[in-house]
Write a protein that binds this ligand. Structure first.
Ligand code: CA
Length: 222
């Protein structure tokens, strides 16, 4: 049974999330004080964390940073869904590249949250992604088929594939786009993503492997 840690200082919301997750067959544990989170995670190694940003004791940003810096891979790689109270905050969070796996903004539908939890946990158990990147040859294969990518598309895919499921902001992707760091607009990223998607979709019809998140960034789902 997957165990989910709910870090939330609004008791009603924590109880609601726990109810829905239990109904889906997950084991849950709730913590309302940020200062208790890291020690509990180290002792219990949950399968996923719902992490509220604003907490008494210690904020979610700080907690996320410490977990991602841990040496134990069970702690370092634990999936994290960051919960924020303001839409404007999401842009900043994604820009910080904290390594959260997903972001939701309050008020959210608990049903939708549970669906995201399920998607992330399913991904963790999925077999090899089928994507092979050869940095030296600048060659990419998906499901054994060669992808004919431009150098920019290859770099974009490489960046996204370094952390599947994580959201990369446009500005972060822009930084990696050109080796000469030339100045281009955000729309340039969108244009390259569009071409990359088309090439991926030729191998996996009907699948959206590169997902856009609230128009703020992109993530690769394999
Ligand atoms: Ca809070």
């Amino acid at each position: 049974m997957s165990r989910i840690l709910i870090v939330e200082d609004e008791p009603k919301l924590a109880a609601l999330e726990a109810d829905y997750l239990k109904a889906e067959g997950y084991d849950t544990h709730c913590i309302g004080d940020g200062s208790e989170v890291v020690a509990w995670v180290r002792g219990n190694a949950p399968d996923l964390i719902l992490l509220d940003l604003m907490l008494p004791g210690r904020d979610g940003l700080d907690i996320c940073r410490e977990l991602r810096a841990a040496t134990d891979p069970r702690i370092r790689d634990v999936p994290i869904i960051m919960v924020t109270a303001r839409v404007e905050e999401m842009d900043r969070l994604i820009g910080l590249d904290l390594g959260a796996d997903d972001y939701v903004c309050k008020p959210f539908s608990v049903r939708e949250l549970v669906a995201r939890v399920r998607a992330i946990l399913r991904r963790g158990r999925a077999p090899a992604s089928g994507l092979v990147l050869d940095e030296q040859a600048r060659a990419a294969q998906l499901d054994g088929r060669e992808l004919d990518l431009t150098p920019v598309e290859f770099r974009l895919l490489g960046t996204l594939a370094a952390a599947p499921g994580r959201v990369f902001s446009r500005s972060k992707l822009l930084e990696r786009l050109y080796e000469d760091h030339r100045v281009v607009g955000d729309r340039t990223v969108d244009a390259h993503i569009k071409n990359l998607r088309r090439k991926l979709e030729a191998v996996r019809p009907g699948e959206e492997l590169v997902r856009s998140i609230y128009g703020l960034g992109y993530k690769l789902e394999l």
